[in-house]
Write a protein that binds this ligand. Structure first.
Ligand code: 6PG
Length: 237
């Protein structure tokens, strides 16, 4: 596990954009393509904007295949859609090879099954797919992707994508499961803001129950990378 702390959210976003470009260059050089999972929420938006403005000609976007870690059960143009946020910040501005959208407008179980099928087709495998990079955030409640505390998706090991009922949201979310996230070559958490500080301490510096802090379930080979701003890191020893 590596932890990198940046003075401000802007510096964090800039460093995350550079990391994305480096991982893309490596993957394209070694395997001819970059299969990347984008995070939703608000934290990555600034980084996506920097990729769109400063890296439009530094990444071979024609070899970048974009996926999502999770999606809300809403249509693609809904303000809550992660696809909408990522499209407005990045995907509408760069010529990516393909964007694989989780279809939140479908009945949740159908959307999950369809996305899993899309992964099988893209990766042409029955083994757990290995993404080159998976970007994640954490919620103040310790969730990551849409793996929320005490929810059914946390235990799923025989599916790659599930519809996860989240009682406190009174909604289901579509999410990649733990095995898929842990199979990635690199998993990078982007965390900013004082409101995440105590949660981050629990995740990184305690033996808290992973059911209560699902981000603790994310243990890819070599451990995840944590890219933090100073406010989010303020409770770490
Ligand atoms: C989502 C995200 C979710 C997000 C965290 C942090 O769909 O909301 O995938 O896991 O990363 O909730 O969100 P913020 O970046 O907005 O704090």
């Amino acid at each position: 596990m590596s932890v990198y702390v940046y003075d401000t959210p802007e510096e964090l976003a800039g460093a995350a954009a550079r990391e994305f470009a480096d991982r893309a260059g490596e993957a394209i050089a070694e395997r001819g393509r970059f299969a990347v999972v984008l995070a939703g929420g608000s934290t990555p938006e600034a980084m996506y904007g920097i990729l769109a403005s400063d890296y439009d000609d530094q990444i071979d976007w024609s070899k970048v295949y974009v996926f999502f870690g999770d999606e809300r059960t809403v249509p693609p143009h809904h303000d809550d859609s992660n696809h909408k946020m990522a499209s407005e910040a990045l995907l509408d501005h760069v010529p990516v090879a393909n964007v694989h959208r989780m279809r939140g407008e479908l009945p949740p179980d159908e959307a999950a099954a369809a996305y899993e099928e899309e992964l099988r087709t893209f990766f042409r495998t029955e083994e757990v797919p290995r993404f080159d990079l998976i970007l994640l955030g954490i919620g103040a409640d310790g969730h990551t992707a849409s793996l929320f505390p005490e929810t059914a998706a946390l235990e799923v090991s025989d599916r790659w994508v599930v519809a996860n009922p989240v009682l406190k949201l009174d909604a289901a979310r579509i999410t990649l499961t733990v095995p898929v996230i842990n199979a990635a070559r690199t998993v990078t958490f982007l965390v900013a803001g004082e409101d995440k500080a105590e949660t981050l301490k629990k995740i990184l510096e305690s033996d808290a129950d992973p059911r209560a802090y699902p981000a603790r379930l994310i243990q890819p080979q070599g451990g995840p990378e944590w890219m933090l701003d100073r406010a989010a890191a303020s409770a770490l020893s």
